[in-house]
Design a protein around this ligand. Structure first.
Ligand code: DX5
Ligand code: ZN
Length: 216
C-alpha cells in the first residue's frame, strides 16, 4: 500500500477490544488511531490511558494517539508507558509547544502537531523542523462521522510545500471525514497517512476499504 491507513478506533466496539484488534491486525492498516478527548478542549469525552493500554496488549502495530486534551504535558510519560508510539498534540492546546514536542521525543515517541480547521498552516513555520508529523484536521475535532471540509486539501498542499522546503522528513496525516472518494485528492496534495473512522467501520467490507484507502 502506498499510503498509511490509520483506522480510528473511536468508531469501534470497546467491549470487544481483543476481537477488534485481531481484525485490524489481519488488515493492511499500519497504524491504530486512538482519539483521546477530555470534554474541555473538545466538546466530547472519549477514553483515556486504560483503553490505549488494552489495545496495546493485542497489537504490535503502531499506536497513533491523537490527544484532543487541553493540557497534555502532565500525561506525556503516561502515554508512553501505556504503549503510544506517536503522540499528536494540538497546536491550539499547547502554550509552550516547543517544550511539549521536545518532551514527547525525549519520552521516546514520535511527535505530531495537529491543526484545527481554522488554524493557518503558516503558524507551523517555527516548529516544523522539530516535529515528526503534522496532522491536518479536516473536521472540527470531537466527533466521528462528520462531513469533510474541502478546504483541507489546500491546507495539505500548503503544509507539503513547507515540508518540502524546510523539513523533508515530516509526515502529513489527515483526520476527519476521509472517504475512498476524497482520499486520492488528499494523497495528491501530499497526505501520507489517512485516518478513517466511519468510512472503515460503516463499510460492508472494512478490510477491503482499508486497502482502497491505502492505494488511493
Ligand atoms: C475526530 C477524530 C477522528 C474521528 C474520525 O475528532 O479526531 O479521528 O474518529 O472519524 P471519521 O473518519 O468518521 O470522521
Ligand atoms: Zn483523530
Amino acid at each position: 500500500m502506498k499510503n498509511i491507513v490509520a483506522p480510528s478506533l473511536l468508531s469501534s466496539d470497546f467491549s470487544r477490544i481483543k476481537e477488534e484488534s485481531e481484525r485490524l491486525n489481519a488488515s493492511a492498516a499500519q497504524w491504530f488511531h486512538l482519539d483521546v478527548m477530555d470534554g474541555v478542549f473538545v466538546p466530547n469525552i472519549s477514553f483515556g490511558l486504560p483503553i490505549i493500554e488494552a489495545f496495546r496488549k493485542h497489537t504490535t502495530k503502531v499506536l497513533d494517539v491523537h490527544a484532543m486534551i487541553a493540557n497534555p504535558d502532565p500525561y506525556i510519560n503516561d502515554f508512553k508507558s501505556v504503549g503510544a508510539d506517536i503522540l499528536t498534540v494540538h497546536y491550539e492546546a499547547c502554550t509552550h509547544l516547543h517544550r511539549t514536542v521536545d518532551a514527547i521525543k525525549k519520552a521516546g515517541m514520535k511527535a505530531g502537531v495537529a491543526l484545527n480547521p481554522h488554524t493557518p498552516v503558516s503558524l507551523l513555520m517555527e516548529i516544523i523542523h522539530d516535529v515528526d508529523m503534522v496532522l491536518i484536521m479536516s473536521v472540527n475535532p470531537g466527533f466521528g462521522g462528520q462531513k469533510f471540509i474541502e478546504h483541507s486539501v489546500k491546507k495539505v498542499r500548503a503544509v507539503k510545500a513547507m515540508i518540502d522546503e524546510f523539513a523533508p522528513d515530516v509526515l502529513i496525516e489527515v483526520d476527519g471525514g476521509v472517504t475512498v472518494e476524497n482520499a486520492p485528492r488528499l494523497v495528491a496534495a501530499g497526505a501520507q497517512a489517512l485516518v478513517a473512522g466511519s468510512t472503515v467501520y460503516k463499510s460492508a467490507d472494512p478490510l477491503k476499504t482499508i486497502k482502497a484507502l491505502g492505494n488511493a
